[in-house]
Design a protein around this ligand. Structure first.
Ligand SMILES: Cc1cn([C@H]2C[C@H](O)[C@@H](COP(=O)(O)OP(=O)(O)O[C@H]3O[C@H](C)C(=O)[C@H](O)[C@H]3O)O2)c(=O)[nH]c1=O
Length: 192
């Protein structure tokens, strides 16, 4: 496994080792000791244990986000795409962070097998770039609807440059994602 820092401190790309032979390929999608050691190598803290695995499937142009959960159920997320493609985005929303409101985006797809580590204190979302995009992720806390918050994906104060797949004029959103902008959020996670 190799970690590649993004331009947003704390958010890193995970490139798992892939072993190819005449049968196909094998890859460890998660290995806690190796993940923790690789994070330590970048001076980053090990996350809490992952408590939940999620799997969603999206049509081309579907945008899920920007979402986060507040303490005591803040979630770190280790995300990947196993079929299709997605542009995955993390935003630092920790009150007091020197990088508050900054975002980074990474192409995740079945071919590059890349993952993105999004720590607690960051909002997360993605836009699906193909039909039938299967998005899998581990979270460091369980789903807690009362702690869940949404930030509008096109908040000009954040300025995410969302790509859209060919033929899609506008992102396809759930009603809950026509949300408030970042600076209108009533409560934001603390900088730990
Ligand atoms: C997130 C979640 C949802 N649900 C139920 C609640 C709804 O009845 C249904 C769909 O939930 P939602 O519309 O919140 O799903 P997404 O829009 O994909 O939400 C996710 O979108 C972005 C990408 C994130 O980073 C979060 O993990 C999460 O907020 O599944 C559960 O039962 N457990 C869960 O952990």
């Amino acid at each position: 496994m190799k970690l590649i820092p993004t331009d947003l401190p704390g958010v890193v790309i995970v490139e798992p080792a892939v072993f190819t032979d005449e049968r196909g390929w094998f890859s460890e999608s998660f290995n806690e000791p190796r993940f923790h050691a690789a994070l330590a190598g970048l001076g980053l803290p090990a996350p809490r244990a992952f408590l939940q695995d999620n799997h969603s499937c999206s049509h081309a142009g579907v945008l899920r986000g920007l979402h986060y959960q507040l303490p005591p159920h803040a979630q770190g997320k280790l995300v990947r795409v196993v079929k299709g493609a997605a542009f995955d985005v993390a935003v630092d929303i920790r009150a007091g962070s020197p990088h508050f409101g900054r975002w980074t985006g990474v192409l995740l797809n079945a071919e590059n097998k890349r993952q993105l580590w999004v720590p607690e204190g960051f909002a997360h979302g993605f836009v699906s770039l193909e039909d039938d995009t299967h998005f899998l992720y581990k979270t460091t806390d369980v789903y807690a609807k009362d702690c869940e918050r949404s930030i509008r994906y096109d908040d000009p104060a954040i300025g995410v440059q969302w790509p859209l797949p060919p033929g899609v004029a506008a992102a396809l959103l759930a009603a809950k994602d026509a949300a408030a902008p970042l600076l209108a959020q009533a409560d934001l996670p603390p900088l730990r």
